[in-house]
Design a protein around this ligand. Structure first.
Ligand code: 4NP
Length: 148
């Protein structure tokens, strides 16, 4: 799960998908394309919206997306067009690029919709982001582990 800061959207996506796939043998992680918040906890508003939905993301720490992540992960879900551009910019080949997907295309295929960056907005933005990511992660979880 990749966003810009790795403190708002992608930590939520990581926490939500982990909560839906806790029985599956999969590695789920998140990272940011920017380095502004390395080693920081998720934004308090992301921690809050996760908590009221029964998910604890307080142990996460922000890190930067690295080219090695293309080797570690089969699927790389980005939140918006800017993330897509930044992640594919360091791809080494077409196999790397093929792993990168706009996460809301799971819900609205081929529409290339962005998960809006909630960082500079109010709490409502986080609620909205949570709802979008929950819907997308539900579909991803079913694909990865159809037996639930
Ligand atoms: P995120 O939100 O990409 O969802 O983690 C942001 C967090 C911080 C910044 C931008 C976006 N920032 O510019 O500091």
């Amino acid at each position: 799960m990749v966003c810009l800061g790795n403190i708002c959207r992608s930590p939520l996506a990581e926490g939500i998908l982990k909560s839906k796939l806790f029985r599956a043998n999969v590695i789920i992680d998140s990272a940011g394309t920017g380095a502004y918040h390395i080693d920081q906890k998720p934004d308090s508003r992301s921690i809050h919206i996760a908590k009221i939905n029964g998910i604890d993301i307080t142990n996460q720490r922000a890190r930067k997306f690295l080219v090695e992540d293309f080797d570690e992960f089969d699927h790389i879900y980005v939140m918006d067009h800017e993330n897509y551009r930044d992640v594919t910019a360091i791809a080494r080949n077409k196999e790397d690029i093929a792993k990168v997907k706009m996460i809301l295309n799971e819900v609205f295929p081929t529409e290339n919709l962005d998960v809006p960056d909630p960082y500079l907005g109010g709490d409502y933005g986080f609620k909205n982001v949570y709802r979008m990511l929950d819907e997308a992660c539900e579909i991803i979880a079913k694909k990865i582990n159809p037996d639930g």
